[in-house]
Ligand binder design. Structure first.
Ligand code: MG
Length: 256
């Protein structure tokens, strides 16, 4: 199932994306997708709605250096325990929304990543039960002001600008993401190409590790880390994160 959040005529709803190609439609659901799904009977062609970020998380928990080749391109090793940082909820934007390049940075990078969307309030989740708390998966771009990541000594500003967390286009549920392709294209040129089987700390272990520290709420998002090949974006570029079995997340880069 694919769950989208969208607006049509100024009204924001969740819906289920059905069909393929030119005949994709969204079937509106009542309320939110965290619980039993109830259809309202209202349907829209996908082309008639504006997709929004598929979820509004209370927090985005991200993992640094979780692919060995990326850790090494950053000049480091994979951390023994998952390296956690937070991105503010206000950084989240959806498919098609612009990434706003701040004038305070001269080096803003893309980082294509698989994102996990949490389905229920949870804490102290054992890895063996992690699947029970996952609603589904979406594509993410962990946009980073690389110069400030180095100069600040910690990452809140570098990772936290408005629009630095594109998510979308929708949440795919019921899929196996143990070994799916993750790629990032800049203006159509492939820059990152990895597979989730290369994740050093796997999703169940990440959920166990995170929830020994903080409670996760429905809609919270975990960014699982980026493969090798990160690099800079410029104003005027378009960046696309594509994940097998989920879809494509496309965002233009504009001056803030
Ligand atoms: Mg990242």
């Amino acid at each position: 199932m694919r769950i989208a959040r969208y607006s049509v005529g100024g009204e924001v709803s969740f819906g289920i994306v059905e069909g393929t190609g030119d005949s994709i439609e969204i079937a509106e659901i009542a309320g939110h997708p965290f619980g039993a799904i109830e259809f309202t009977g209202v349907r829209h062609p996908l082309s008639r709605v504006r997709l929004l970020a598929p979820v509004l998380p209370s927090k985005v928990v991200a993992i640094g250096k979780n692919y060995a080749e990326h850790a090494s391109e950053m000049g480091g090793e994979v951390p023994e325990a998952p390296l956690l940082f937070l991105k503010p909820s206000t950084a989240v934007v959806g498919d098609g929304d612009p990434v706003a390049y701040p004038s305070s940075s001269t080096r803003v990078d893309y980082e294509g990543e698989l994102a996990v969307v949490i389905g229920r309030l949870c804490r102290e989740v054992p890895a063996s039960r992690a699947n029970d708390v996952i609603l589904g998966y979406t594509c993410a771009n962990d946009v980073t002001a690389r110069d400030q990541q180095a100069s600040d000594g910690q990452w809140s500003r570098a990772k936290g600008y408005d629009s630095f967390c594109p998510l979308g286009p929708w949440i795919a549920t019921g899929i196996d993401v143990a070994d799916v392709a993750v790629s990032t294209r800049l203006n159509g040129e492939v820059k990152q190409k990895g597979r989730t089987s290369q994740l050093v700390h796997k999703i169940p272990d990440l959920i166990a590790y995170i929830t020994t520290c903080m409670t996760l709420l429905p809609g919270d998002v975990i960014l699982t880390g980026t493969p090798a090949g990160v690099g800079p974006m410029q104003v005027g570029d378009e960046v696309t994160v594509e994940i097998e079995r989920i879809g494509q997340l496309r965002n233009p880069v504009v001056a803030r």
